[in-house]
Design a protein around this ligand. Structure first.
Ligand code: NI
Length: 169
């Protein structure tokens, strides 16, 4: 079990565009394992590789249905190819401390990706599952959920974060 440090905003790696994964090897499997350990320890319901400082196109999405379960989907090089409907719901992020706000997302999406062996995946996702995938795929593009908020809210959050970080020193 290896728990990695979760990088938090405003660290620049969170703004980096993640690179396509082309090698499906042992190193990748170790990275996935570490990400799962890190995500469930946090605890979180999704994690993108750049949140632990690895700018590669890999996300984990929790799909557990009961407490204590660790059932997750690994999406490598994921793309959202279609979206429909809209739902506004509160979100948070392990990399954005002390911030929760409502974000509009597609209700239903179509996703293409690869699994850990490089095999292609293609599926539809809805509701909570679709929301997590959209949030995590955003991470790979260097986008955070706070980018979807109004600039006023973002400014307020930056001010709040400054205070939090100052008090931590
Ligand atoms: Ni996040």
């Amino acid at each position: 079990m290896a728990i990695r440090e979760i990088i938090t905003y405003p660290h620049p790696v969170l703004r980096q565009k993640a690179e396509t994964i082309t090698e499906f090897n042992e190193e990748l499997k170790t990275l996935v394992k570490d990400m799962a350990d890190t995500m469930y320890q946090a605890p979180g319901v999704g994690l993108a590789a750049n949140q632990i400082g690895v700018a590669r196109r890999l996300v984990l999405v929790d799909r557990s249905t009961r407490e204590g379960e660790q059932n997750f989907l690994v999406l490598i090089n994921p793309e959202i190819t279609q979206g429909e409907g809209a739902v506004v719901q509160e979100e948070g992020c392990l990399s954005v401390i002390d911030c929760y706000d409502k974000v509009k997302r597609y209700r239903k999406i179509h996703v293409t990706a690869q699994d850990m062996d490089g095999k292609p995946l293609e599926f539809d996702a809805e509701d909570r599952f679709a929301r997590i995938i959209q949030h995590e795929v955003d991470h790979l593009l260097g986008t955070l959920f706070i980018d979807h908020l109004s600039s006023l809210k973002r400014t307020m959050y930056k001010r709040k974060l400054k205070k939090i970080l100052k008090n931590q020193q």
